[in-house]
Design a protein around this ligand. Structure first.
Ligand code: ATP
Ligand code: MG
Length: 180
């Protein structure tokens, strides 16, 4: 599995549609303060299902939509697409290539697409479950997260270990079953 490309359009500081292609190996993103490096990471988090506006440095989710600049009017929707090479079927899908798209409109309407077809958030979350990627995974570690792990309660650290070990899925399924 490999990250192939990321398209950001109307998300945070990316008023113009921008596509980043990732080559094999390591990619570094450099730029002056405030140029949008962290926004790129947040776009990746967001398209993979992040539900917390706070994790994206906002108060409300619509804060991710480009809200204008000196010479640019605010936009009405944010769109992020991410494409993975899945020819090794690392992600639980028969597709060799997977493109996930998330859209959010200023009126609060939102949409997830998987290879162009409308899906639910749950489908996106399930796709990444146990992959080490996706929402609440440890593939993206922010500065604050490291502190939280160090200073956290033992139970919280246990939850981290369960997630990394792949046990969290069964706990979640059990909770869902018990609620029915
Ligand atoms: P640093 O090197 O300081 O970490 P950075 O390259 O990570 O900087 P970001 O934090 O990604 O920079 O980008 C911050 C910029 O994004 C700020 O100028 C901020 O105004 C802009 N920004 C954030 N949200 C929006 C939005 N919804 N609409 C327009 N601009 C936004
Ligand atoms: Mg930054």
């Amino acid at each position: 599995m490999q990250l192939l490309s990321l398209t950001i359009d109307g998300f945070k500081s990316f008023a113009n549609k921008t596509t980043i292609k990732f080559e094999e190996g390591m990619t570094g993103i450099v730029g002056p303060n405030g140029s949008g490096k962290s926004n790129i990471i947040e776009a990746i988090r967001w398209v993979m299902g992040e539900q917390s506006a706070r994790h994206l440095r906002g108060d409300k989710m619509v804060d991710v939509i480009f809200n204008g600049a000196a010479n640019r009017a605010p936009l009405n929707r944010a769109l992020v697409s991410i494409t993975f090479d899945n020819s090794d079927h690392y992600l639980a899908s028969d597709f060799n290539e997977l493109t996930i798209t998330r859209k959010l409109f200023r009126n609060g309407d939102s949409e997830y697409l998987l290879n162009g077809n409308k899906v639910r958030l749950k489908d996106i979350v399930d796709l990444f479950i146990d992959s080490g990627l996706g929402r609440e995974s440890f593939s993206i570690i922010s500065q604050g997260r490291i502190e939280a792990i160090f200073n956290g309660k033992p139970e919280d650290r246990r939850a981290i270990i369960e997630t990394v070990a792949g046990v969290a899925k069964y706990r979640k399924n059990k909770q869902t079953a018990e609620r029915r």
